[in-house]
Design a protein around this ligand. Structure first.
Ligand code: SAM
Length: 457
């Protein structure tokens, strides 16, 4: 791998004796990670059924290293069933620092494709409000799909600039992650493009952008609210110096300590412009000190009250009579599970989180749980609903096995099945975990796995 010469020169200066070990890490193959989804499976159950050779990641609850030369977890049907999220190991450390609780109001400001969002959602366990925002209109679609796949029911996916979001969510959030766009020096092993696009100008441009994004995050935090800032780059301009500038601009913000475990080190106060020794509290994950690509993380608390702008949405916005076809679907398909906070938008029916904020007028891709669509005299369930259920929530399943035959592959390709029965909506499962819907009539199970997700033949 050919590292940019300016990059080598820069880190020889910064790292001195350590520089050779740092550069050598770029020549070693990287370790891949996956994080299991506790919304669907416990660690014990996963360790019993895992088809992959795994090793625990010490600093991330639910995180495992896998052997990329032996296994392809992205192609296993458990991936389509949302049992795990494939994530770079050191990235898993970031959301652990925010550690939201059930019921809190949480923002992931730069969220796509959803690594941190899905981790935060698992910690929130379906309660509270999780706003996942992504500025890029293509990347936000992948974010929305990942939220669906993992069965997350309390997220609102938004495609706005941080500034526009801040106008609407002033003083609203208990906890915010700013996983900032950066020069990606920790991506060099994974992505040659990151090397080609790197320059010192890019580092400085990213540092400017990061400061603007943090301004918006500051406005959106409640008094007492926590902001976790992270990058996957090493340049001090985007890390210690970005936080240094933030602390100088907002004197009410205080840095909070991060536990330095398992090879994780302190940030480098000596790399800040004012040698602010508080920056010792930040964390650096170095690829030559732990198994992962590297990250910088800072955890802060805002103390001042800077006003608030959001009000709750008025829900439900739909009458009991309009819900008639949905109620018939529930009676015929679902057992022992209720839904609330109904919200109808263009005939699409959602179940919103409790205390849902007013998102009207913003570009929203997904709000809470997408239940389905009200068609003329019938209700058609959405794929999101299938992935948010368990096999025990429904009257009928069509069980597929990941080991016995390849019918799961036929299902993911969109094929129909002959069942000989006529039971209506059926939850198709893989080893007991929902994969999607099928509709059975006159002995044929029609495939409702979304066309955009199907495996191409
Ligand atoms: C490091 S990535 C986020 C990764 C994500 N948090 C995850 O864990 O999967 C940074 C994101 O910031 C977005 N971004 C780029 N410029 C931005 C800006 N000016 N404001 C907010 N987000 C921006 C990028 O599109 C990108 O998706």
């Amino acid at each position: 791998m050919n590292l940019p010469s300016d990059f080598i020169h820069k880190f020889q200066q910064y790292l001195q004796d350590e520089a050779d070990a740092f550069f050598a890490s770029y020549q070693v193959s990287r370790k891949s990670g996956l994080r299991i989804n506790p919304l669907k499976i416990t660690a014990d159950e996963w360790e019993r059924i895992s088809p992959f050779k795994l090793e625990k990641i010490p600093f991330a609850q639910n995180g495992y290293y896998y052997q990329a030369d032996q296994d392809q977890p992205g192609k296993h049907p458990f991936h389509a069933a949302g049992l795990y999220y494939i994530q770079e190991p050191s990235a898993m450390f970031v959301a652990e620092q925010l550690a939201p609780s059930s019921g809190e109001k949480v923002l992931d400001l730069c969220a796509a494709p959803g690594g941190k969002t899905t981790q935060l959602a698992a910690m929130m366990n379906g309660r509270g409000v999780l706003v996942a925002n992504e500025i890029n209109s293509k990347r936000v679609k992948a974010l929305s799909e990942n939220i669906e796949r993992l069965g997350i029911t309390n997220a609102i996916v938004i495609n706005e600039t941080p500034e526009r979001l801040a106008e609407r969510f002033q003083g609203y959030f208990d906890k915010i992650i700013v996983d900032a766009p950066c020069s990606g020096e920790g991506m060099f092993r994974k992505d040659e493009e990151a090397i080609l696009h790197w320059s010192e100008d890019k580092v400085l441009a990213c540092a400017n952008e990061q400061k603007n994004i943090l301004d918006a995050a500051y406005l959106m935090a409640k008094p007492g609210g926590i902001i976790v800032y992270s990058t996957c780059t090493f340049s001090p301009e985007e890390n210690e110096q970005t936080i240094e500038a933030f602390l100088m601009k907002y004197p009410d913000v205080e840095l909070l300590p991060i536990a330095k475990i398992d090879g994780i080190e302190s940030g480098r106060p000596e790399w800040s412009l004012t040698k602010n020794y508080e920056l010792e509290k930040t964390a650096r994950l170095w690829p030559h000190k732990m198994s992962g690509e590297g990250h910088f993380v800072a955890k802060m608390r805002k103390t001042e009250d800077t006003g608030s702008s959001n009000t709750n949405l008025k829900i439900p916005n739909i009458s009991k009579a309009q819900l008639k076809d949905f109620q018939s679907f529930l009676a015929e398909t679902i057992k022992g599970k209720t839904f609330r906070n109904f919200y109808l938008f263009n005939q699409q029916l959602y179940s919103l989180p409790d205390d849902c904020p007013n998102f009207q007028g913003l570009r929203v891709l997904r709000a809470g749980l997408h239940l389905g669509v009200l068609k003329k005299n019938r209700f058609e369930p959405n794929h999101s609903l299938a992935l948010a259920l368990t096999k025990d929530d429904v009257l009928h399943t069509y069980p597929l096995s990941s080991t016995e035959d390849e019918r799961w592959l036929q299902y993911l390709k969109g094929e129909t099945f002959t069942t000989g029965e006529d039971r209506g909506w059926i939850l198709v499962t893989i080893d007991g975990f929902p994969l999607g819907w099928g509709k059975e009539a006159k002995g044929i199970l029609k495939n409702f796995y979304p066309k955009g997700l199907r495996i191409k033949v």
